[in-house]
Design a protein around this ligand. Structure first.
Ligand code: ADP
Ligand code: MG
Length: 496
């Protein structure tokens, strides 16, 4: 680790003349539109998309820490796969406890899993499971380390657009747009291979499904479960195009509400109604938050159950989704617990993992839980309080914590975890958002993608790969950084 080394100093963004700025904007906009670095605006019609919010320049990020984040990814993926396979009872017990506090969501995920197992006579028809994961970090300047914000096991986004923003910045650099005399950023702008790697993960699962279960000669297809009127659909489409182009695998899209209209099941196999094609993989880009079930809870949870009881490989299964709760993340910051799950983990592999943790407290009756209840009121400015939710906009920050806790019954506190705040440095960059260029102080959040195909019964791992990276920047005045939610933008690392 570079801890204690001379302070890392980020390079400044280039100082461009008015004419150079004009050229930069023209090239950036046209490259983005030409290459699908786009999103639909609210209330869109099919034919008109906007350029996704992007930074004009890549933002400096320490090279050693970027490498560390990549190096620990496969260990994280294996750890979460182990939780689902060899530590299933531990995961189920923990989820059951959470279900008491959070009946409507974590409770439903848990119950739907239990129901699916019951319906299938104690064993689900498909034990293979696909994880497209993303581990998110912030850079802590004081300790020169990366600290994990969360580990996502469901519907991770921006693998598609991340490759595109990488190529955009690389193009601007190589075309001399940042510096007419040469490469301003040298060759230190890595382009994320997330489109290819995520589609490879899906294709690998689809092929394994075909090898093991199908008796038809045609190739199975991938079914994307998507939100209605998804504004970020281009991010998903890039993966679909790669599936077809690179692997000859067709894909279909339908909402959670429409699953039973769109498909039928025969002998536990699921087929597309309109074409009778067999589905090898069901890939959820919806179903990760309570809002995805709200339109008609009976129908949507019923459809989730219907999918879970089929032979298709789920990305993710309900169990794998449950392994991504904040509560599991909190429990897995305990070295002794990790070692009891992965006894062979040692040396740099183990240290690299542990080094990414900040303190996370449970909010229960344990000793740590008691301490959390004290700290939340005595020094809330050091913490963020998180419920078991995904998708942004759910956390409670700093001085809002005590008031929030007082506003709910103490019996509900167990649904939350209390996490130390990471304090990333602020950089200056320019952001293009809805046609306007803003000069902003930004904070960075680095995500590393990982794919894993594993057996939930035996723990066997058939495919485990790094799958590229994502850099999101958020305006430093906002606590949250969701790009789709509107506070953040897509960026890429300039390694130095
Ligand atoms: P979600 O599941 O809603 O994405 P996250 O845990 O990723 O929840 O939190 C949302 C955002 O809140 C993050 O993207 C980050 O900007 C901020 N955040 C979360 N945890 C921390 C932390 N420990 N320190 C600083 N910022 C944090
Ligand atoms: Mg997040």
């Amino acid at each position: 680790m570079a801890q204690g080394s001379i302070a890392w100093k980020p390079a400044q963004i280039p100082n461009l003349s008015e004419n150079e700025n004009k050229l930069l904007l023209e090239r950036l906009c046209q490259y983005s539109l030409a290459n699908g670095l786009v999103m639909y605006p609210p209330g869109f019609n099919l034919a008109n998309a906007d350029i996704a919010p992007v930074t004009l320049f890549p933002t400096p990020f320490p090279k050693d820490l970027f490498e560390q984040a990549k190096n620990v990814q496969n260990t994280f993926s294996r750890l979460y796969a182990l939780v689902v396979s060899h530590q299933k009872n531990w995961l189920l017990d923990l989820s059951k406890d959470l279900a008491v506090f959070d009946k409507d969501f974590t409770g439903m995920l848990y119950e739907t899993h239990i129901k699916a197992v019951e319906l299938c006579g104690s064993k689900l028809p498909q034990t293979l499971s696909l994880g497209l994961f993303r581990s998110d970090y912030m850079f802590d300047e004081q300790t020169h380390s990366i600290k994990q914000i969360e580990f996502n096991t469901v519907s991770v986004s921006f693998g598609g657009l991340s490759s595109k923003v990488g190529r955009l910045h690389d193009y601007l650099n190589k075309s001399g747009t940042y510096d007419s005399h040469g490469l301003y950023y040298g060759n230190e702008i890595p382009v994320s291979n997330s489109i290819k790697e995520l589609s490879l993960g899906l294709a690998r699962a689809n092929e394994e499904y075909a090898l093991r279960s199908t008796d038809s000669s045609s190739k199975p297809v991938v079914l994307f479960i998507v939100q209605d009127k998804e504004r970020n659909c281009f991010d998903q489409r890039h993966i679909e195009y790669s599936l077809l182009e690179d692997h000859g695998a067709k894909s279909y899209r339908c909402t959670l509400e429409a699953v039973k209209d769109f498909t039928y099941v025969k002998d536990t196999k699921i087929y597309i109604k309109s074409s009778d094609e067999e589905v090898g993989v069901v890939y959820f880009r919806s179903g990760y938050s309570p809002a995805d079930y709200e339109s008609d809870p009976e129908l949507t949870w019923g459809n989730r159950l219907y999918i879970e009881t089929t032979k298709a490989i789920k990305c993710p299964s309900l169990l794998t989704q449950l392994s991504g709760t904040k509560k599991v993340q909190q429990a897995l910051t305990d070295k002794a617990l990790i070692l009891s799950f992965m006894p062979d983990l040692q040396g740099v592999e183990l240290e690299g993992l542990l080094d990414t943790f900040v303190k996370i407290y449970p909010f229960d009756n344990s000793k740590d839980g008691q301490l959390a209840k004290k700290l939340a009121f005595e020094s809330p400015e050091k913490f963020v309080l998180k419920p078991q939710r995904e998708g942004g906009g759910n956390n409670i920050y700093k001085d809002n914590i005590p008031g929030f806790l007082n506003s709910i019954s103490e019996s509900e506190w167990g649904a939350y975890i209390l996490m130390e705040l990471i304090n990333p440095p602020t950089y200056e960059n320019k952001i293009l958002r809805l046609g306007q260029v803003l000069t902003e102080g930004i904070l960075l959040e680095l995500g590393i993608f990982g794919t894993i195909l594993f057996d939930e019964e035996t723990g066997e791992v058939l495919h485990c790969e790094n799958a590229g990276h994502l850099l999101r920047s958020k305006v430093s005045s906002s606590d949250e950084g969701g790009v789709a939610a509107g506070f953040g933008c897509l960026d890429n690392v300039f390694l130095q």
